[in-house]
Each structure stands twice: as C-alpha cells, then as structure tokens.
Design a protein around this ligand. Structure first.
Ligand SMILES: [Zn+2]
Length: 139
C-alpha cells in the first residue's frame, strides 16, 4: 500500500501572492495600505482601519513561537508516517498581531527544548505540482 500524499494547497485569487512568494522561498504577506497591518490570513477589509486596499510584501521570515502542539496521532493524509511532528503558531517580527501557523521542522530529540518565545525562521517544503509550503525551523 502506498502512503497517502500530503495535501497540495490550491491557490485562489485572494491568496495567490502568498503562494507565488513561497515558490521563490519568500514569506509574502498581505499589508493594509491604510494602516500597515500585516495579516497572514488574506482579508477583503482591514479589521483595524476598514480600508479595502492591500499590498503584498515580503516579511523577514523571522518570529517567535506563540504556541505549539506536538502531534502524536493524525488522520491528515500524508502525515501519518511523520508523527510525532510539531505545528506552531508564530508571531512574526514585523507585526505582534500576525500569527503564521505551520509545521515546525524539528527533530523529536529536540522537543524538550521547545518553549514559548523561542525564535524561529521560515523554511520551505516543495509539495510538488509547483507548490511550495512555508514551514518554520528553530533559529
Ligand atoms: Zn488597515
């Protein structure tokens, strides 16, 4: 039996710049043209200033762990052979209200070092079909 493949995200009109940036190994996020709010989740209206204009810009790819979970069991296709693995919520350096959720690429032997506020940097995983997925790695 062949192991299931990991899901390959399908970019849409709203998040296409994020995936195009990832292809170039850049973390590109939406910035509000009115107040500069950076968001990991594409928006159609800014929750801070209510402007409806945005720009997509590269961010540093650096942040700190806000929270994390070590996954020991999963039904997620393609991840069953990778347990245990870590999913974390990272606050990016540029915006204290912007959380980017992704896998944290860390060896299980280092799990005891994991803690809140640990610095991380973005990394990228090629999922095939031209899709590259941002991930985190300890800085
Ligand atoms: Zn705004």
């Amino acid at each position: 039996m062949t192991a299931a493949q990991k899901a390959i995200p399908v970019p849409d009109e709203l998040n296409a710049p994020y995936w195009e940036g990832a292809k170039e190994h850049k973390l590109v996020l939406q910035h509000c043209s009115g107040c500069g709010l950076v968001s990991a989740r594409p928006r159609v209206i800014c929750p801070r200033c209510h402007k409806e204009e945005f720009e997509w810009k590269q961010v540093s790819g650096k942040g700190i762990i806000h929270s994390y979970v070590i996954v020991h069991q999963t039904t997620a296709a393609g991840f069953q052979d990778e347990v245990p693995y870590v999913v974390c919520h990272v606050v990016i350096n540029e915006e204290p209200t912007c959380y980017v959720t992704a896998n944290l690429l860390v060896d299980p032997s280092e799990y005891d070092k994991l803690t809140i506020s640990l610095p991380v940097v973005v990394d990228f995983e090629d999922r095939g079909n031209g899709v590259v997925v941002p991930q985190w790695r300890l800085a």
